[in-house]
Write a protein that binds this ligand. Structure first.
Ligand code: GTP
Length: 346
């Protein structure tokens, strides 16, 4: 048993807003004393996901068990950022029982799995499994279609679709690298839609052994999620990638920036403007926090495409500056000035 004594690491991939952070929160809430360290690969320079996890108040979830990678792309920062981070975790006096890595929704998973073959890491950690979280509602809406002929035909028929979007490719990378697929947001699907989406995913998967688990709010038992024993770092060949020829992906495919706002007294009105922004520009995801005057709690905003959620998540801490900040993530070439103006328009 080559894996004996190694710390298992689970890599969680999935497109923007699929439900990765939600899954991690569930996992921490049900850790049952297992010490789980989290490595979060944020896209953009505002640690929103960290904020959501740290604000959770989950017992046993210690502040220093959450480590954030500074740069948005793991595959380019493996040596400078990721390896030292993982080394730091395993060199602790009490190393974690399990390491969970949430990749940015736009990251390629395979270079990350490859990084576990780095000598000092390989001897101590194994990739227990790669889990792909998928947004069932987005798939139903055909946002990441698998039928390339249809997509191509659609592109040719529609002048607005002339650019070769890298999104399908990224989506395939995540599926092909996965040991388990979590089909999330099934509350938004009918039974027939769910069967269709599952069949589409099954057709795209390369390994018949990969299980597809349908979930609402990313609820999967830890016993199912953790302990897959995949040793993915030894099994790279079964995970085909568009980038296996060494061709680097183009980091300019995506943009992200932070918009700082004044206090927001009417979040519902702001949401309307955000939906307009998503409709007008190539924006994929908007998320962040708002300072609502007169409210003791921080207000979270989460947008995936045109679907927005808002809620008060926790009280502002003593000494914490009450701020309103949103991260906007989209395809390269976002018109930042126009988007900022549209968001701020009274
Ligand atoms: N209706 C519905 N909403 C969900 C479900 N799972 C998650 N959401 C919502 O979808 C939004 C995105 O969820 P997250 O868990 O932040 O997604 P993520 O994959 O971490 O997103 P990124 O960090 O942007 O990549 C949040 O508003 C969630 O509350 C689900 O099963 N059904």
């Amino acid at each position: 048993m080559a894996q004996l004594g190694k710390i298992p690491a689970t890599v969680i991939t999935g497109f923007l807003g699929a439900g990765k952070t939600t899954m991690i929160r569930n996992m921490l809430e049900n850790a049952n004393g297992k010490r789980i360290a989290l490595i979060i690969n944020e896209f953009g320079d505002l640690g929103v996901d960290r904020g959501i996890i740290n604000g959770c108040g989950i017992e046993g979830c210690e502040e220093d068990d959450v480590v954030e990678l500074a740069n948005g792309c793991i595959c380019c920062t493996v040596a400078d950022d990721f390896l030292p981070t993982i080394q730091g975790l395993i060199d602790r006096d009490t190393p974690p029982d399990h390491i969970v890595i949430e990749t940015s929704g736009l990251a390629l998973p395979k270079p990350l799995v490859k990084a576990f073959n780095w000598p000092e890491v390989r001897s101590r950690v194994t990739v227990d499994g790669v889990v792909a979280v998928l947004d069932g509602a987005a798939l139903r809406d055909g946002l990441f279609a698998h039928d390339h002929h249809a997509v191509q035909a659609q592109r040719e028929a529609d002048e607005n679709l002339d650019h070769e979007s890298p999104l399908e490719e990224l989506f395939e990378e995540q599926l092909h690298c996965a040991d388990m697929v979590v089909l999330n947001k099934t509350d938004l699907l009918t039974d027939a839609e769910r069967s269709k989406v599952e069949a589409d995913i099954r057709a795209e998967l390369k390994k018949p052994s990969v299980k597809i688990i349908a979930t609402e709010h990313s609820r999967v038992e830890n016993a199912i999620l953790l302990g897959l024993g995949a040793a993915a770092e030894d099994d790279l060949d079964s995970r085909p990638s568009h980038h296996d020829d060494g061709h680097e992906h183009d980091h300019d495919d995506f943009d992200s920036f932070v918009v700082s706002l004044d206090a927001i007294s009417d979040p519902a009105n702001l949401e309307k403007r955000l939906i307009d922004v998503v409709r007008q520009f190539d924006v994929l995801r908007i998320k962040g926090f708002l300072n609502v005057p007169g409210k003791p709690m921080r207000h979270v905003v989460q947008g995936v495409g045109e679907r927005f959620q808002r809620y008060f998540d926790r009280p502002w801490a003593d000494g914490e500056t009450r701020r309103s900040e949103l991260v906007v993530i989209g395809l390269h070439g976002l018109d930042r000035a126009a988007i900022e103006a549209a968001i701020k328009a009274a």
